[in-house]
Design a protein around this ligand. Structure first.
Ligand code: MN
Length: 288
């Protein structure tokens, strides 16, 4: 199933060239009160939501894809993880080009560990990437995003895939420079994910997916997730050895070679085979 959030608060499933508006299935979600539980309420109730969608879908209206605005289907992740240098060819290009590293530490992901991106950086393709620092280098990083489906801590790799609810196309937008990733990669709008969540049952092998990004029609990055150094089970084992994972937590799995700058006015087209594709524009922040 391709589950989407559209027009801010509506729930849909993608069927070919249409979205079926199954917003009524939100009725199975609990009415929450303070203090809210960790995690995303839609993802923590995904089995109930999917069962309700199956029950009501036939009576729900179809809308052409072109008429909806896709927001990130995970609205409230407790954590967004990134994996630095998780493709060898990207690690090599950073070591070779000081314009990419700009003084930050370059070591294998197994040594550096994961980093966190702020939840407030998260957007779907209905929005735009807004540059706050146009004088610095701002890069695209195409990535497969894994969505955690249930709570877990100290998860062994041989059980880790049971914790994956699904996948999204991701852009780990990055300001280059020596600062911590939690500054450079957490700028508002610098975590793009969408356009929908493909449930895990539809992806037989997440470690054999072509992924690419073009900028204004020019291919910048094109690779395959088979080249991930730490694969999704190892990333989940690693992350959950430090943090309890909650439904809706996102893992940006890393980016292959070909990262490059984007400028205001550019359009990125991000594609992950079998997952989806999305177009998103870049603009400069409005100044007074
Ligand atoms: Mn990245």
């Amino acid at each position: 199933m391709k589950l989407c959030r559209f027009d801010a608060s509506k729930l849909g499933i993608v069927e070919g060239a249409h979205v079926r508006d199954v917003t009524k299935a939100k009725a199975v979600l609990p009415q929450l009160q303070w203090p809210l539980p960790h995690g995303d309420v839609l993802i923590s109730h995904l089995p109930e939501v999917i069962a309700e969608i199956a029950r009501i879908a036939a009576s729900c209206p179809l809308i052409p894809l072109a008429d909806v605005r896709f927001d990130c289907p995970v609205a409230n992740p407790s954590k967004i993880f990134g994996a630095a240098f998780n493709y060898s060819d990207h690690e090599a290009e950073v070591l070779a080009d000081p314009g990419i590293s700009q003084g930050h530490i370059v070591k294998p992901v197994s040594e550096l560990g994961l980093f966190l991106k702020a939840g407030t950086a998260l957007i779907g393709p209905s929005e735009e990437v807004i540059q706050r620092f146009p004088d610095r280098r701002n890069d695209h990083e195409i990535e497969l995003v894994a969505v955690i489906g249930k709570t877990g801590s100290c998860i062994p790799r041989d059980q880790a895939m049971e914790y994956v609810a699904g996948y999204m196309v991701g852009l780990d937008m990055t300001v280059r420079g020596p600062q911590f990733q939690c500054m450079r990669k957490s700028v508002d709008t610098y975590a793009v994910a969408g356009p929908w969540l493909v449930t895990a049952d539809e992806i037989a092998d997440p470690h054999d997916l072509d992924l690419s990004v073009t900028v204004n029609g020019q291919v910048r990055q094109a690779s395959n997730t088979r080249y991930l150094k730490l694969r999704i089970p190892e990333l989940i084992e690693f992350a959950s050895s430090y943090y309890t994972l909650y439904p809706g937590d996102l893992i940006y799995t890393g980016t292959p070679a070909g990262v490059g700058p984007v400028l205001a006015g550019d359009e990125m087209h991000a594609v992950v085979d079998k997952v989806g594709d999305m177009r998103i524009r870049v603009r400069a922040i409005a100044t007074a």
